[in-house]
Design a protein around this ligand. Sequence first.
Ligand code: ATP
Length: 224
Amino acid sequence: MYQIDTLTKTYQQGKRVVHALQDVSLRIDDGELVSIQGPTGGGKSTLLQMLGGLDRPTSGSISLDGTDLAGMNDTDLTRVRAETIGFVFQNFNLIPTLTAQENVETALVPSGVSKEERAARAVAALESVSLGDRADHLPGELSGGQQQRVAIARALVKNPKVLLADEPTGNLDEETRDEIVDLLEGLWKEQGLTLILVTHDSVVARRTPRRLRIAKGQVKDLTA
Ligand SMILES: Nc1ncnc2c1ncn2[C@@H]1O[C@H](COP(=O)(O)OP(=O)(O)OP(=O)(O)O)[C@@H](O)[C@H]1O
């Protein structure tokens, strides 16, 4: 469970101070599927970065299962990210010179999993996104939707508790978008994940049980 209390994140832009997040308080329970919408510059990516322990708040707290991410040292935070949180991005962020199989295996390197186990788990993860027959392909040989499936397999191969997705369908046509949302929704149900996704797309947001809107650094729960 995430518990966020009076979280503020400011950035200095020249002489100007930008409040990317302002006094945000929020709770996200285990197993929720939540979308985050809002205008450009509203603070969506900043919030996702905080949830992923990729950046630290200026003030306030953000805890995951009772541990304050803001107060953790870098080593512990890296471990939490490696073991507990999966990330999916708009641009897939696959390594172009590695095959689908190798891309997925990379996610297990920081956790110290043996080579044999990495290979077996990557095969299973690719099968879970219906890409078992494309394991030897390079990203450039795959469609956008297939690349996103590889990225989802890479995020889930470590069995994370939380999956954070930043515009996961932003680069896909409508049909592929629907396939990817179907896939994410299926994995969410099957694996009991907490799935939090940032999206500009109201069609995607309408499919999530809980919808948050963030504008000018402030969060509103549209389903409360
Ligand atoms: N590293 C940074 N340095 C300075 N300002 C930043 C930085 N990151 C974000 N900001 C500012 O914080 C505010 C919130 O940005 P954020 O990227 O979270 O918005 P967003 O809702 O994700 O926008 P978009 O939909 O365009 O991705 C913006 O005013 C942005 O300019």
